[in-house]
Design a protein around this ligand. Structure first.
Ligand code: NAG
Ligand code: NAG
Ligand code: NAG
Ligand code: NAG
Length: 472
């Protein structure tokens, strides 16, 4: 019987390692850090030299417009923003709030060799900031989801969160899908070989693609390729991929060299498709350029095949917006899964179209939400709510915002959990009341959010609103 405690101990030790994701995600987004959205920091943006205007394509209203307007100073200006918007005091506050996960919105331009500088303008130096922030998060025991939030070519029109406000949406093309895949190969490699990236548990393929699937041609193929690129890198690193064995030996500890030799010899056509091979080979010079900047010696000395540098030895979770994000016969990302995968849904009531603009309608809607169930029916499980907040379309009381926070947390915890948008927003005269409904730190301060994120003020908050028809 001495066997039993030993087994229990072993399982206990293995459980957090094998899980990858926390049991329940209690998270915040690190929005406006490496992808800046001026509406969240209006006074700082003006002070930097940006403009606030109603149509962000008509002024210096995005990172792209800013970098185009200030080519000589953009990098230094953004360095100042990156270092002040998210740094150790923020990590300390996030940790003190019991948050176990952050979602980090990133632009494709953080992998600088992917930017065509003749037509595309973005600040430089973000990757070192990401490395710095991930190290701080790792030291605090907080997991990170790398979220490809702003895609090459722009994935949706007229939004600051894509880095460029434009109606010229070009992401859904072979050229830009390919650039996004190179980005994915680079991030997967760094996540496994740069010790600072050990906090990374997942990579999200595309934030908020266009909802009408007829306008996103090729997105289903991209989903397949995204997963294959992640798993191809992991196979070369000797990580386990369910049901798949690399068919050629890796005989060098130099990762980029291993990529070249495996891509030249493998017959594992299910994973190493021509597009995946092209992606990995195109990622090699990018990695060779980045490795000295990031001081990732492990790229050239991974002690393969026995052990990749990253101590965790676990495959990343591939992450997509859920199938129900889109309509008009969308591709189902569940069809692309190979190894651990998770799904993301975003829910904001303040933009309209979800419920009538009054407190009772909001509560009736959230208390009868069935997105976790309807996603699970399509294989999109586990599901978490990677963006939500407290904003509403009406003037409201503190008492309602407290109920509103509780009800949303209860709804989202029926799935894998939640990630609030945003960890903070600017507090200034210009920003007005913005923080009250959009800032996790402010919501804690005002008491809408509980100090322990797993708790709510009132577990029965939904009782009067649960619709017996929907519940049955
Ligand atoms: C690692 O391999 C790459 C790709 O073949 C090569 O360019 C590079 O010089 C190698 N680096 C070292 C340190 O051997
Ligand atoms: C909210 O209150 C302010 C100030 O009392 C008022 O100007 C505004 O019209 C109200 N907004 C709504 C949506 O009721
Ligand atoms: C919790 O909410 C329910 C439903 O509105 C209400 O009946 C109950 O009084 C509330 N409990 C507390 C402690 O406020
Ligand atoms: C109850 O929920 C169903 C399904 O969501 C909905 O069609 C119906 O209108 C709801 N009834 C009430 C009284 O809210």
């Amino acid at each position: 019987m001495a066997f039993l405690p030993a087994l229990v101990l072993l399982l206990h030790l293995l459980a957090p390692v094998l899980a990858g994701l926390p049991d329940k995600i209690y998270g915040v987004n690190l929005g406006s850090w490496l992808v800046l959205e001026a509406w969240m920091l209006p006074a700082e943006w003006l002070a930097m030299g940006g403009d606030n205007c109603a149509d962000c394509s008509q002024c210096i209203g995005s990172e792209f417009a800013f970098a185009q307007a200030y080519p000589d100073t953009v990098d230094a200006t953004f360095k100042g923003h990156w270092e002040s918007w998210f740094n150790q005091p923020d990590v300390d506050k996030i940790a003190a709030a019991g948050i176990n996960t952050v979602r980090i919105p990133l632009g494709y331009w953080i992998v600088e060799p992917l930017v065509d500088r003749s037509t595309e303008y973005y600040p430089r130096g973000g990757l070192q900031q990401l490395q710095r922030g991930l190290q701080q998060l790792k030291d605090a025991g907080i997991s990170a989801i790398l979220d490809h939030h702003a895609l090459p070519g722009v994935q949706t029109a007229g939004q600051q969160f894509t880095g460029r406000c434009t109606s010229d949406v070009e992401f859904y093309t072979d050229y830009n899908y390919h650039r996004a895949l190179i980005w994915t190969a680079v991030m997967t490699t760094l996540s496994h070989l740069d010790p600072a990236f050990e906090s990374v548990i997942a990579i999200e393929a595309v934030n908020e693609p266009i909802m009408d699937a007829t306008q996103t041609p090729g997105y289903g193929d991209f989903q397949q390729n995204f997963v294959k690129v992640v798993r191809a890198v992991e196979l070369i690193l000797g990580l386990p991929v369910p049901g798949v064995q690399l068919d050629v030996p890796v005989t060098t500890a130099n990762f980029t060299h291993a990529v070249e030799s495996v891509c030249g010899a493998t017959q594992l056509a299910d994973v190493f498709t021509p597009e995946v091979i092209k992606t990995l080979l195109d990622a090699v010079p990018v990695l060779l350029e980045l490795a000295p900047q990031l001081a990732v010696a492990a790229l050239f000395d991974t002690a393969l095949p026995a052990a990749p540098c990253n101590a965790k030895h676990e495959p990343l979770v591939t992450n997509f917006m859920d199938v129900n994000w889109q309509y008009n016969s969308p591709p189902n990302p569940a069809d692309a899964a190979l190894g651990p995968q998770g799904y993301d849904n975003h829910l904001y009531y303040s933009f309209g179209g979800v419920a009538d603009p009054n407190p009772d309608a909001y509560m009736t809607s959230i208390c009868n939400l069935n997105r976790v169930q309807s996603d699970a029916a399509l294989g999109n499980s586990p599901l978490w709510f990677g963006e939500w907040g407290l904003p509403v379309q009406f003037n409201t009381t503190d008492a309602f915002l407290t109920m509103w926070a509780d009800a949303q947390k209860l709804a989202y915890a029926q799935g894998k959990g939640w990630i609030f948008w945003n960890f903070k927003v600017e507090e200034s005269a210009l920003a007005g009341d913005l923080a009250r409904e959009w800032s996790y730190f402010k919501g804690l301060e005002l008491g809408f959010l509980t100090q322990d994120p797993s708790q709510v003020h009132n577990a029965s908050v939904c009782a009067p609103y649960v619709n017996s028809t929907a519940a049955a």
